[in-house]
Design a protein around this ligand. Structure first.
Ligand code: ADP
Length: 579
């Protein structure tokens, strides 16, 4: 009994471990965790099975336990493999593997902050910097808990912990608070260094930011590295004038020429872009386009890549980044052309492959049929001689078997004749054999021939035949084509079904329709059924329709099918009525 309770406890614990791991996976979405998860799921299964064994005295444990253990081992090996390869991808920086986007963002800002603190503290000491940080925490509670440690490094552990309490727009909040903090630090720094030099340093720092989160640094970089260096050069009274004319919600210029953009993080990325462009347009009367372009070009590569990807560059005011716009436009055009070329190539290739296959098929059929025909004629002759007892008397059994053989020879001969019809009908010869005849006469005679077959399946054949409809063509061939279609209708329609055969005159043409109430044909198969050797589940050779199509088309006619699965099919044939 104790063991039973233990089994229950184990199952319970293993399920809880599984659920916790599932949550971890949900947060971090790392592939290797999936393998671990599967392994943990199997462990839970193992314990649950042990309960079943206790309850019902199972007898498969001997197989079940070892195999599950093997599977678990395999899964763990897979997980390790995946983990190792992700480690390699991250260039050995192990901690990154499990880092979430928001945390990564905080760490990036932390690095940037630390960098600035390091530069400023020799001038003013840590105390004054701490005051700035406190002021920022007052304004942005999300920063609560961050501080400068005894090692003079900026710590964000508390921010990382607090962040989980925030459900919505965490990234925006982080960006807003930190860009405020960094702006304040930059303001401090400018008391000691020209802004241009600070920008040089910032560029270097920003270029080190992880690819995954670089998008959050785009607005910051655009304002701080592209626009601000120019504004900082204006004299206070000039600046005042600019400030009054460029005000835009979410962005404003402070007294020193710094651009305050903390609120801009609340807009979505498209709106952020629009605001930047609008802001730039308003600034244009005061600043030089070349200078702005220059600053754009000096942006670190990771930021550049990010802004090149969108329409952003194209939407910049005229005169800014013109060369890049042209390059981008021609690149897009090139890509469009390439895509179009690729599409055409693929199309041509498909057509070529189809044509080649068709040609190969018909050649193959031709060879096979001819090669078979000669020996078959010999076999047929001998069989006839034997049957007629020209080569000696036969007993009953021998005669029976030879008759069976004759039937099979007959079938084979018909098949080969069919095959020989597919490749090509000699058009010149066909012209000579063409005559004008009444569709009704031909259809009546075909119906007469197949009636027996339909009766056996208790099917009714109905006809609506226009007496005036004529056909101009080789009667024998057309008979074969239509007969193939009518026998198919009988074959693929269940007992007691109905087959309707119609013929009507349509100007210079005759339109023949053969409808059945059979199983129907799937839409995807409607074209394929006319290909040689295509069979649905008919079990036939798949030549009937190919032959019919070949005959009708070499008469310059048309053949096609319509069908509703489960309801029935209609085959249409349109042929010339006269010469
Ligand atoms: P076969 O009948 O020897 O298989 P066919 O070329 O005559 O070859 O027909 C090709 C395929 O088209 C058949 O295997 C069958 O799946 C489908 N088919 C032809 N006629 C009908 C019909 N009237 N109703 C349903 N399926 C049909």
């Amino acid at each position: 009994m104790n063991a039973f309770i233990l089994a229950i406890a184990n199952s319970f614990i293993s399920i809880i471990i599984f659920l916790i791991s599932l949550e971890v996976y949900r947060i971090y979405r790392r592939k290797y965790l999936l393998w671990f998860l599967l392994a943990l799921l199997l462990i839970a299964t193992l314990f649950i099975y042990s309960i079943i064994e206790f309850a019902y005295i199972g007898k498969y444990g001997i197989i079940f336990y070892p195999s599950i253990i093997i599977f678990i081992e395999i899964l763990i090996i897979m997980a390790e493999k995946e983990l190792l390869s992700s480690l390699k991808i991250e260039r050995g920086e192990e901690y990154r593997i499990l880092i979430r986007e928001d945390i990564a963002l905080i760490r990036a800002f932390q690095k940037l902050t630390n960098y600035l603190i390091n530069r400023i503290s020799p001038f003013i000491g840590i105390k004054s910097i701490e005051n700035v940080i406190e002021d920022c925490i007052d304004r942005y509670p999300i920063l609560a808990g961050c501080y400068i440690g005894v090692d003079e490094k900026f710590k964000t552990t508390a921010v990382e912990e607090n962040i989980d309490g925030i459900k919505e727009k965490r990234e925006e909040k982080i960006c807003e608070a930190f860009s405020y903090l960094i702006s304040k630090l930059i303001d401090l720094y400018t008391a000691f260094l020209p802004y241009d030099e600070i920008v040089d340093e910032l560029r270097k720092e920003i270029s080190k930011i992880e690819k995954r989160i670089i998008k959050y640094f785009v607005p910051f970089s655009l304002f701080k590295l592209v626009v601000e260096p120019i504004l900082r050069k204006f004299k206070p009274d000039e600046l005042k004038e600019i400030r009054l004319s460029v005000d835009i919600e979410g962005i404003y210029i402070n007294r020193r020429g710094g651009v305050e953009i903390h609120k801009i993080y609340y807009y979505d990325s498209l709106e952020k872009e629009r605001k930047f462009i609008k802001f730039l347009e308003r600034l244009l009367p005061f600043i030089s386009k070349d200078e702005i372009t220059n600053n754009f070009r000096k942006l670190p590569d990771n930021i550049k890549e990010e802004i090149y990807r969108y329409e952003f560059i194209k939407n910049l005011p005229r005169g800014i980044m013109e060369e890049e716009k042209i390059a981008l436009a021609s690149k897009e055009k090139l890509i469009e052309e390439l895509v179009e070329k690729k599409r055409r190539l693929e199309e041509a290739y498909a057509r070529l492959a189809e044509a080649k296959l068709d040609k190969m098929k018909s050649k193959f059929i031709d060879i096979v049929a001819h090669e078979l025909k000669t020996p078959l004629t010999a076999i047929k002759t001998y069989n006839e001689l034997l049957l007629k007892e020209k080569l000696g008397k036969l007993n009953k059994l021998q005669k029976e078997k030879l008759e069976k053989m004759a039937k099979n020879i007959e079938r084979l001969t018909n098949l080969i004749d069919d095959m020989l019809q597919i490749p090509s009908i000699d058009r010149k010869e066909l012209e000579l054999r063409k005559e004008k005849f009444y569709a009704k006469d031909l259809l009546d005679s075909i119906i007469y021939e197949v009636e027996e077959m339909a009766h056996e399946k208790e099917q009714v054949i109905e006809k609506e035949l226009d007496e005036k409809a004529t056909i101009f063509g080789d009667m024998k061939l057309i008979e074969k084509a239509i007969k193939n279609i009518i026998t198919n209708a009988i074959k693929y329609t269940p007992a007691k079904g109905k087959i309707l055969i119609r013929a009507r005159k349509n100007g210079k043409f005759s339109h023949i329709e053969i409808s059945d109430t059979g199983k129907g044909i799937k839409k995807s198969e409607l074209d394929k059924i006319f290909e040689p050797f295509y069979t649905g589940d008919g079990g036939g050779m798949g030549l009937g329709l190919a032959i019919a199509k070949n005959i009708i088309e070499s008469h310059g006619g048309k053949i096609w099918a319509e069908s509703v699965v489960g309801k029935g099919s209609t085959f249409h044939i349109v042929l010339r009525g006269e010469k």
